[in-house]
Design a protein around this ligand. Structure first.
Ligand code: BYC
Length: 326
């Protein structure tokens, strides 16, 4: 066979693999780690899944700040449990991402050097106790809407991780809403605190869904591969429609003078999002970007001895087992 013929047969082989892959996606079959997949599919999943994992881990920081200041034992226990869940989600997602052939160390390296992103929302400060309510209600509420769609993602480990994560997020969302409900039934000062938290977290929560569809470079391909099952704008609209009545129920006002029910589309019209602010935050210039990264890098460095000890223990066990086998 000539070199040209070998090249042709290779091209044909990879075309046929690609066609089989596309057919599996069309049939809604799950793609598993050892299955053949296009390199771009693998890379896109590593990008989104690792950013998702990083968001869970970095997302624990604004809430972690309030553990010691929770107003009662019940609140402290619930907050601790929530944060523990978020860290668990991160670890779960890192493991799922590793099945695509990247190591945990590489993933952390990408986070620490700024190559990998994490959700813009976690670069805002949590300045009052009401922020714990707003984060649970709005941020976890937004996350659930996004993640329920991802339960139908084509990559098996990601879709399965989402099922469990969504169950836990719904507890988080309710605990946040209940914090705000309690505050709105309290003194004027507590009501004001709840409203102030909504004012500050509303717009950044809408930004969590990413740029508008016409400005989103990844959506079209990710929808074709069924990594995303709904577009950024569809999910954002769903979030607004779900959240506005919840705000009304507890007597809070969404800080948007353009918010108006649209009978034709059976959804709310809402005001313009400040996309300059969004991109500033994504590019590292938000109010807390530097603080968040500093905390993560410091935690990674301080944990080096734990990783070294675990490795030394594993090596010892392995050599013991080898000696037994001889
Ligand atoms: N923040 O083409 P697009 C949680 C980036 S944590 C930062 O639309 P895509 C929780 C985007 O990465 C929940 N960056 O991208 C934890 C892309 O840049 P690259 C986190 C953003 O991927 C603790 C560029 O902008 N959830 O629940 O198709 C406490 C263009 O965007 C953002 C997830 O991660 C953003 N908001 O769509 C409480 C869900 N938006 O990568 C709660 C999984 C966009 O090309 N991820 N960018 O350099 C997704 O669903 C999708 O990745 C997104 C973006 C909808 C976020």
């Amino acid at each position: 066979m000539s070199e040209a013929q070998i090249k042709d047969s290779r091209t044909e082989h990879s075309r046929s693999l690609e066609a089989q892959f596309e057919a599996r996606i069309a049939r809604d079959e799950k793609i598993e780690p050892k299955d053949w997949m296009p390199e771009k599919y693998r890379k896109t999943h590593i990008r989104q899944m690792s950013q998702h994992a990083h968001s869970e881990i970095v997302g624990a920081l604004p809430e972690g700040n309030w553990i010691t200041r929770a107003p009662s034992l019940r609140r402290k226990v619930a907050l601790l449990a929530k944060i523990q869940d978020e860290i668990g989600h991160g670890l779960y997602l890192y493991s799922a991402t590793e099945t695509l052939g990247i190591t945990r160390n590489e993933l952390f390296e990408q986070l620490h050097t700024g190559k990998a992103k994490y959700s813009s929302i976690f670069n805002y400060p949590a300045v009052t106790w009401a922020d714990m309510g707003a984060i649970g209600w709005l941020v976890d509420g937004a996350a659930i809407i996004n993640q329920v769609a991802l339960c139908g993602a084509s990559f098996g480990p990601y879709a399965r991780a989402m099922v469990r994560i969504c169950k836990e997020e719904s507890f988080h969302q309710r605990q946040g809403y209940e914090i705000l409900l309690t505050l709105t039934k309290g003194t004027q000062e507590q009501k004001d605190m709840a409203q102030d938290a909504l004012n500050r977290w509303w717009w950044p929560s809408l930004m969590m869904f990413g740029p508008t569809d016409d400005e989103s470079p990844n959506t079209a391909q990710s929808m074709k591969w069924k990594l995303k099952r709904k577009t950024n704008d569809e999910l954002r609209q769903q979030f607004v429609d779900q959240t506005v009545p919840q705000a009304e129920l507890i007597g809070l006002t969404i800080p948007d003078s353009d918010l108006k029910w649209n009978e034709t589309k059976k959804g709310y019209n809402f005001g313009d999002i400040n996309w300059d602010e969004f991109w500033q935050v994504v590019k590292g210039h938000g109010p807390c970007n530097k603080e968040r990264m500093k905390a993560r890098i410091s935690a990674w460095n301080k944990g080096q001895w734990v990783r070294d000890a675990a490795m030394a223990h594993a090596e010892k066990q392995q050599s013991k087992n080898l000696n037994k086998a001889v």
